[in-house]
Design a protein around this ligand. Sequence first.
Ligand code: CA
Length: 224
Amino acid sequence: MRILIVEDEQRLAEALAQILSKNKYTADISLDGESGLDNALSGIYDAIILDVMLPKLSGFEILRTMRAERVTTPVMMLTAKDDISDKVTGLDLGADDYLTKPFSTEELLARLRALIRRKSDAVCENTLSFSDLSLNLDTFELICKGKSVKLGLKEFDIMKILLSYGSRVLSKEILIEKVWGYDSEAEYNNVEVYISFLRKKLMHLKSGVSIKTIRGVGYSLEAQ
Ligand code: CA
């Protein structure tokens, strides 16, 4: 689990990172709004802890841009004590939870767990993910860092199987069987053509994921 902390009070940010790594999370820190937004848009985080008052860009602006770019990473806002309007603004902009400073370690960890659990429950229903890539099973959209492309039917079927295998090797025979069916006359060339379409789309999305060819065997996904 990888968590992004966007917080300009360096000591607080480092204390948070320490708590998180003690609890088996990987934590990255952004000390200002600009780097926070860059990192948030990467889509690689399982959750983001986001302060409101930040240099360069506020937490609200980061959240607004993220949601506009359709980055759905769960966000926990850090708000000042008793500032109800901050809480309301954050929730309206699509924050998933908020935590009032000062907070206890136990509360932080419990809320973070709940946040990630809710998100993964929701994700299981209609998307498949690998690294920075996710496939919406309802809309046939392949999504990366807030950008998306629509897949054709066969591309979708192939991508779905590749994502479910992830970095495991998927043999061409199994792929053909699953996409074209047992008795299909589909030739290996067919598969190559669709794989090359998908590679172009991954490049277009600037995804760090690539489809690796394992000669004579099949394919696997590789994250940069
Ligand atoms: Ca601050």
